[in-house]
Design a binder for this molecule. Sequence first.
Ligand code: ADP
Ligand code: ASP
Ligand code: MG
Length: 404
Amino acid sequence: MKIVVLKFGGTSVGSINRIKKVADIISRNTKNKKKVIVVSSAMSGVTNELIRKTRQISNNFEPSEYDVLVSSGEQMSCALISGRLNHIGIKSRSWLGWQVPIFTEGDYKKSRIVNIFKKKILKYLNSGGVPIITGFQGINHQNRLTTLERGGSDASAIMIAKFFKAEKCIIYTDVEGVYTTDPNYTKKAKKIKKISYEEMLEMSSLGAKVMQPASIQDARLNRVNVHVQSSFVNKPGTLITKRKNISKEKIITGISFTKNDSKITLIGVVDKPGVAASIFEPLSKNFINVDMVVQNISSNGKETDLTFTVKNEDVTKTERLLKNNKKIKFKSMLIKKNVSKLSIIGVGMITTPGVTYRMFKALAENKINIQVISTSEIKISVLIDKKLINKAVHALHREFNLEK
Ligand code: ADP
Ligand code: ASP
Ligand code: MG
């Protein structure tokens, strides 16, 4: 059986009109003798609204109940899509995660799909039906509902493609594919024809919302080719695939950036073994993700300054934990909220010397001060003032010829 998986994101199903358009796309795909499995996200804004409600109830909303509530947006969109398909004469029904079932493991709010039972869906496909499966949700071995982290419908589609050995997995979204940088941010962004899993993983982890990072890990691990394209215009999009399938690579493939980072500096921290660990232990226990870290060389051998970044929403909690931490002593704490992490990504930098220099020079020529630096084999990230992001993205886009 030749199967294609079609996933529709929030904006693609964002209104009744959009849902009618989506039904037409699905209908077109059923015409070419392939069996179609559809995965849908919630209508745009719905998941955010549900999360807002949990915050109004409690700052500490029970995670298992959070998943029950927040996964409900997908139930609505899937029923609307199948309703519309039925209306235009196509046999279809919605499937909630637990009805398939889709099994997950891990904590509530950030579970991962580990198994999908195929029997019922295969039977339904054989009967000529189009299943519309809720993205973003599953059940765990305690039979409780779970969700997959924000943007998790991408992972649902990719894991469904894996388990059903689909010929194709298409992620329909509101842009024409993966671009060199966010196309809603600058018109200069160029669509990328093919991108490797490794680069896509870095780009999305570093801020490119177009694909959920965990979903790219799933795709890479299971060798699922992922096509990203628009549900608004019928144009070729981007293929996310293994490196071997890509013949020509630029030095830099893309530029990502974040907009909600904060920088915390602890001044005058006692410089002795174990201090960094005692600073970060309580943060980790409280699920605060610490990102870029630098420790200055101690000028007097006794004290040092330690700088790191956290997400804006974690700043207040971080500040409280640091102040209440009896294990560490520091002279003062500086908090700067409006910083952005700007990154260039590309496997080409492994074999090309001088990329770091070119990045720093381009930023310096535009009078952009670098606050913190971190690198990996295929990416260089710098922390800069959030106000300067636009200027910096354009400068780097030009420097690495991404406009062509
Ligand atoms: P969906 O609702 O379809 O899942 P998302 O909002 O999650 O869509 O992701 C699509 C958005 O990702 C685009 O509207 C775009 O603004 C943003 N984006 C950020 N970086 C990139 C990039 N490098 N390429 C394409 N889109 C990007
Ligand atoms: N509706 C979920 C969210 O907004 C999942 C998704 O969009 O993929 O995060
Ligand atoms: Mg998304």
